[in-house]
Design a protein around this ligand. Structure first.
Ligand code: PLP
Length: 405
């Protein structure tokens, strides 16, 4: 087997960015193009924030507080003097606890030296893209997929190539992948359980995806931020099958209801992680020290809180499915994550117009399917992380509208 090429050289003066040239009109040239994607979810969110009494079903934010032990641990760490820079890798006891978690939950064996603590899942993805690809190279990104992949990919001057996840299961289409891969392709992004469809392919398909990555010598960037929000069989992590070519992205945001705390972690083979750590040094230096202690408390409190929240998401999922199905609205039960994709094709409206009208006329905020790519143009996404009340009211009204009421 070919040795997988790591794209990033150590930082030396030859990779230093040169000062920007002045533009014709005397303004300093701005290197970043203005056509970086904006989020179709944010458009709805920003409008919803300006309106009173909106039923909020658009964002993926748990409506639960973090475990009190996590808040206590943060305060205690700050009082105890843990208010300093740490190693850019993260503190040793947290990395040890994360190695234990990854083995127990994800069945991936990584040493603590192969784990980098990050300020959330987004930066973990960003450094993965940065390390595994050079500008102009291609990365395969799911459609539908979480919109922020494109922001990171394009900001780094990489070329996203969208591959379809086919309805109704929204699993990766292998033959489409084979047609899309090119000599410029260096990485494949997978996301199970997925946002927006909550899909989890069976292990056979994951094995085929890994074989595809091996055949074309690709890195697998495996976004597993919903790894503990699973309603049935958990996904098979690609790192179990191909630890030397997989970078696994994890987060405290969803599992521990800690979105605003900004804590995540990245696991991969040691030689790649060494390089990613150097990138991390230049980006965030180190993650907040008291936050890392809070992360240890979250891992220690673990089980019961996670199970309680999961139980709520499951109840909400089943409630919404009942409401929608009672009016014959097509909807697929998600296997994981906390979203539901609702088919709006019977309205013949595009999803953005539908979402804007639903907000303006009914004061219900949903995420338009177009925000996740063309494959979900005739869907809207509702978040089961919204409050019980909002979900019951909002989904009932949505189903009445879709049923023609
Ligand atoms: N990946 C997916 C699929 C997501 O849905 C999100 C957040 O919504 C993230 C990554 C980023 O999570 P965070 O940066 O909060 O850890």
């Amino acid at each position: 087997m070919l040795l997988l090429a790591w794209r990033r050289k150590p930082y030396t003066s030859d990779v230093m960015v040169q000062p920007s040239a002045k533009g014709d009109n005397g303004t300093v040239h701005w290197a970043q193009s203005e056509d970086l994607p904006t989020s179709g979810i944010r458009e709805i969110l920003d409008l919803a924030l300006q309106m009173p009494d909106v039923i909020r079903l658009e964002t993926g934010e748990p409506d639960f507080p973090p475990d009190p032990a996590v808040i206590d641990a943060y305060c205690r760490a700050a009082h105890d003097g843990h208010n300093h820079y740490t190693s850019s890798w993260g503190i040793a006891p947290l990395r040890e606890a994360l190695a234990e978690k990854i083995q127990r939950v994800n069945h991936v064996v990584r040493s603590p030296q192969e784990i980098l603590v990050t300020p959330g899942g987004i930066p973990a993805l960003f450094v993965s893209f940065m390390g595994s690809l050079r500008p102009g190279e291609q990365v395969l990104v799911p459609n539908p997929g979480w919109p922020d992949y494109l922001g990171g990919v394009q900001a780094l001057h990489l070329e996203p190539v969208l591959y379809p996840l086919a309805a109704p299961d929204f699993w990766p289409d292998l033959s489409a992948l084979q047609n899309l891969v090119s000599p410029k392709t260096r990485a494949l992004v997978v996301n199970f359980p997925g946002n927006p469809a909550g899909s989890i392919p069976g292990p056979e398909l994951t094995e085929k995806l890994v074989a595809f990555a091996e055949q074309h010598d690709l890195w697998i960037i495996s976004d597993e931020v919903y790894d503990q929000i699973v309603y049935g069989r958990p996904p098979l992590s690609p790192a179990v099958l191909a630890p030397q070519r997989t970078l696994s992205v994890y987060s405290f945001s969803k599992t521990y209801a800690m979105t605003g705390w900004r804590l995540g972690y990245l696991a991969g083979p040691e030689r790649a992680m060494e390089s990613l750590n150097r990138i991390a040094m230049g980006l965030w230096s180190s993650v907040s020290e008291p936050l890392q202690y809070a992360g240890m408390a979250a891992l220690a409190a673990g089980g019961p809180g996670i199970q309680t929240r999961l139980g709520h998401y499951r109840e909400r999922r089943d409630l919404c499915l009942d409401i929608l199905r009672s009016r014959n609205i097509p909807v697929q039960a998600p296997a994981g994550a906390f979203y539901l994709l609702v088919d709006i094709s019977r309205t013949h409206a595009d999803s953005r117009t539908f979402a804007l009208n639903l907000l303006a006329q009914e004061h219900i905020a949903v995420a338009p399917g177009s925000a996740f790519g063309s494959a979900t143009e005739s869907y809207v996404r509702i978040s089961l992380a919204s409050s019980d009340n909002d979900l019951a009211q909002g989904v009932t009204r949505l189903s009445e509208i879709l049923a023609g009421g």
